[in-house]
Design a protein around this ligand. Structure first.
Ligand SMILES: *[C@@H]1O[C@H](CO)[C@@H](O)[C@H](O)[C@H]1NC(C)=O
Ligand SMILES: *[C@@H]1O[C@H](CO)[C@@H](O)[C@H](O)[C@H]1NC(C)=O
Length: 281
């Protein structure tokens, strides 16, 4: 009897201790390594801690699911709710989507499609950048593929000089490509440096062009085969919803979680293939 009670006690004690250690660890993580975030007061700190704890629980839950092809991890967004993340990081709405010139899809008859493609391995992709890079990356890729020259182009030029643009949103893609055609090209990153904010267009810097495109077109929508054909030829700008909780904490692997269709984020598709566990990406 005493033994059983002792066991129960121990189990309860271990559970409490476990919870305590877990909370202490979360708290330590929050205080030491939430990426240098400072909180106004204890109330704010407590609120952030609870959001953080909730996010850590979500991350653990997903990471423990069977058949999971991707991994989540704590990152600098872990003390934000999904709503706050959407508001601060992907707040761009595709409002007035300009209509692209309607052409036939130039790769529709492309049949020689390699099994895998990674344009970064082929040297056609410069390091990941932030706002504005979605369109710049495509021009950089096409330039490298056509000329062999790997040049970092100016995303700030697009942020400053493209009218009707409040950032790198979906409509922005079309406006950006139109601008590049009209300006007859883009300057280098060195000649028109990144400032991570909207500025006024530096005409002088903008006229220092090094790479250009003559046209662009939309890949037929809701058509995976067409996207495959296009990415087989060069990197492609892609609008997506970038605000699901899974996407917020994505860390590695093939993301098969919830995606959504509220397009508010633009990325560059730089390849495709199949992972070791047979998941196509
Ligand atoms: C895992 O995937 C396999 C194959 O698709 C499926 O048969 C199985 O039911 C899945 N298991 C779980 C736990 O979802
Ligand atoms: C693809 O092939 C069809 C049939 O031969 C042809 O009508 C069409 O113009 C081709 N498309 C392009 C973009 O070359």
């Amino acid at each position: 009897m005493a033994l059983i009670r002792g066991k129960k006690l121990i189990i309860v004690f271990l559970l409490i201790l476990g919870t305590f250690i877990y909370q202490a660890m979360s708290r330590a993580l929050l205080e030491d390594s939430i990426y240098g975030h400072n909180y106004e007061d204890n109330a704010e700190k407590e609120k952030r801690f609870n959001i953080f704890k909730d996010n850590v629980e979500y991350i653990d839950k997903v990471n423990n699911e069977r058949n999971r092809t991707y991994k989540l991890s704590v990152n600098e967004f872990a003390d934000l709710t999904t709503e706050e993340f959407i508001a601060t990081r992907t707040g761009y709405k595709i409002s007035s989507q300009p209509t692209s010139p309607k052409t036939t899809f130039r790769y529709e008859n492309l049949t020689e499609i390699p099994m895998t493609m990674d344009w970064s391995e082929k040297g056609a992709v410069t390091p990941i950048k932030n706002q504005g890079h979605c369109c710049v990356a495509v021009v950089e890729g096409v330039t490298q593929i056509n000329s062999g020259n790997k040049i970092s182009l100016s995303e700030q030029q697009l942020v400053d000089c493209v009218e009707g643009n409040d950032g790198c949103n979906g409509g922005f893609m079309d406006y950006a490509f139109e601008y590049i055609i009209q300006n007859q090209g883009l300057a280098t990153k060195e000649n028109y440096p990144y400032q991570a904010m909207d500025g006024t267009c530096g005409q002088q810097m903008a006229s220092n062009i090094v790479a250009q495109i003559s046209s662009y077109e939309d890949v037929p929508s809701n058509n995976e085969e067409a996207l495959l054909q296009a990415v087989a030829k060069h990197p492609v700008s892609v609008a997506k919803e970038g605000s699901s909780r899974g996407f917020m904490f994505y860390s590695s692997g093939v993301f098969t979680g919830e995606c959504g269709t509220n397009l508010n984020h633009v990325v560059t598709a730089i390849g495709y293939g199949m992972s070791d566990d047979g998941t196509k990406y």
